[in-house]
Write a protein that binds this ligand. Structure first.
Ligand SMILES: *Cc1c(COP(=O)(O)O)cnc(C)c1O
Length: 464
């Protein structure tokens, strides 16, 4: 039996009606959207688990803070509210707001990385990888091997393998490595956390080589919750204290504030030194706006200042992480192959094992997306070959990622536990008929920019 989930630690003050479109309408929607989940209209979706990015519900305190927005172009009070939250919650002296996580990546990679550079990661998120490519650099995955073993119950499958990291540094040399970056939690590897000890070890290795350590910290509060509950030494610290310790390992962070910080739009960069701050600000002005608003309205900065403080609330985190696990357990008990342990923000289904008869080159994770939408108007997303395959420019040879995953990302404070039960029942119905799913997908349009195929591709079913 799936474990008990704590009831929602909030009540509903404003409702947003949603409904299940009929079977015929779902077929029409799939065709109109070129069988790509990004192509669907949200109105045609009942439970939308495409992403947990910017899709959560704000608190009444955040809505109240919106009224306090100071819309001054430079030096607005709202910037100082944000700066104070960042200092209080994360401990960094320098804060640069940006409009979302990839904007932070654009600023950081565009300012600190040059062509031919190499960035060691545990694993980069897809937009992060896109930004690595965009500046002519490349990334090296240094995540521990356990990350690729679906059933391995390692408590911190997002950890960096120190040996792989040292090897990478030895191979490319410090001059080609502008920084090391660790994604917490490791989204591309199943939302798996990174331990505080591991971050301290990576930080020590980085210091030894005089290479800065950056964190992609979109899910830093969830990561801190996992540390509290899985890393014995830190069990007595609050999530807030653990988060501060986590931040102490890093020279700078990029954050998509549409994730843990509980806003619908926003991102930030935080760093420790004036030197780095001044390296980053020109590109903020070129692409985002003046360095004290970074493409956001003053009211957005206020909502974010409050969200940063709310994200470490332990009742919120405990419910959220238990809700994600509840969905994962309902699916696992029905036999659906999921990545274990269940991650912080999402349930990842091993689509390769769900549909083993579909070759990876025919995009089984995306076939699964189509079938789950078809069954019950639920939108998740494939994160497999379509998103991560490498196609050799000269030979056209395709190399596939090790993991072929389908992700159900759970929005914060948005869906109830009973919505999770509907999702599980729907997917179990697909699982029962999985052997009769006998088609693959082919790409009929792809964008000319590397790394973005899954967002924009047009797909078409093809018989196997
Ligand atoms: C979402 C995300 C990003 C990109 O942030 P956006 O706000 O979507 O631009 C980067 N890294 C990680 C780990 C993310 O989850």
């Amino acid at each position: 039996m799936a474990g008990k989930v704590p009831p929602e630690p909030f009540r509903i003050k404003m409702v947003e009606p949603v409904h299940v479109p009929g079977a015929e309408d779902r077929e029409k929607a799939l065709k109109a959207g070129h069988f790509n989940m990004f192509g669907l209209r949200a109105a045609d979706v009942y439970i939308d688990l495409l992403t947990d990015s910017g899709t959560g519900a704000m608190s009444k305190q955040q809505w109240a803070a919106i009224m306090m927005g100071d819309e001054a172009y430079a030096g607005a009070d709202s910037f100082y509210s944000l700066k104070k939250s960042v200092k209080d919650v994360l401990g960094f002296d320098y804060t640069i707001p940006v409009h979302q996580g990839r904007a932070a990546e654009n600023v950081v990679f565009g300012s600190l990385v040059k062509e031919g550079d190499v960035i060691p990661f545990n694993m980069p998120f897809d937009t992060t990888r896109g930004h690595v490519f965009n500046v002519g650099a490349s990334s090296v995955d240094c995540v521990i091997d356990e990350a690729f073993d679906r059933e391995n119950l390692h408590p911190f499958k997002g950890n960096v393998d120190l040996k792989k990291l040292e090897k990478t540094i030895a191979r490319y040399g410090k001059d080609r490595i502008p920084f090391i970056m660790v994604t917490i939690t490791n989204n591309s590897g199943g939302g798996q956390p990174v331990s505080l000890q591991n971050l301290r070890d990576v930080s020590a290795a980085a210091k030894k080589h005089a290479i800065p350590l950056l964190l992609d910290a979109a899910r830093m509060a969830e990561n801190a919750w996992f540390i509290k509950h899985r890393e014995k030494e830190f069990a007595d610290l609050s999530v807030g204290e653990i988060l501060k310790e986590t931040m102490n390992t890093a020279d700078a962070i990029t954050v998509s504030c549409k994730k843990d910080p509980l806003v619908n739009i926003g991102g930030l960069i935080a760093c420790r030194t004036e030197e780095m701050y001044y390296k980053l600000t020109p590109r903020v002005i070129l692409f985002e706006g003046f360095a004290t608003y970074g493409g956001l309205a003053g009211r957005d900065l206020e909502a974010l200042a409050v969200g940063l403080r709310e994200m470490v609330n332990e009742e919120h985190l405990t419910h959220r992480i238990a809700q994600v696990r509840y969905l994962g357990e309902l699916l696992s008990e029905g036999g659906v192959p999921c990545i274990h342990p269940i991650g912080g923000h999402a349930v990842f289904i091993d689509a390769g094992a769900f549909l083993p008869h579909i070759p990876q080159g025919s995009y089984p994770a995306d076939v699964l997306s189509v079938e789950i939408y078809r069954e019950g108007a639920i939108r998740g997303i494939g994160l497999g070959a379509l998103a991560f395959e490498n196609v050799d420019e000269k030979t056209g040879e395709r190399t596939f990622p090790k993991l072929e995953l389908y992700r159900l990302a759970i929005n914060r404070r948005t869906y109830t536990n009973s919505h999770m039960e509907y999702v599980a029942e729907t997917i179990l119905d697909v699982y029962k008929r999985r052997e009769s799913i006998n088609y693959g997908l082919k790409v009929t349009y792809e964008p000319p920019v590397k790394g973005l195929k899954h967002f924009l591709a047009h797909l078409e079913p093809v018989k196997l």
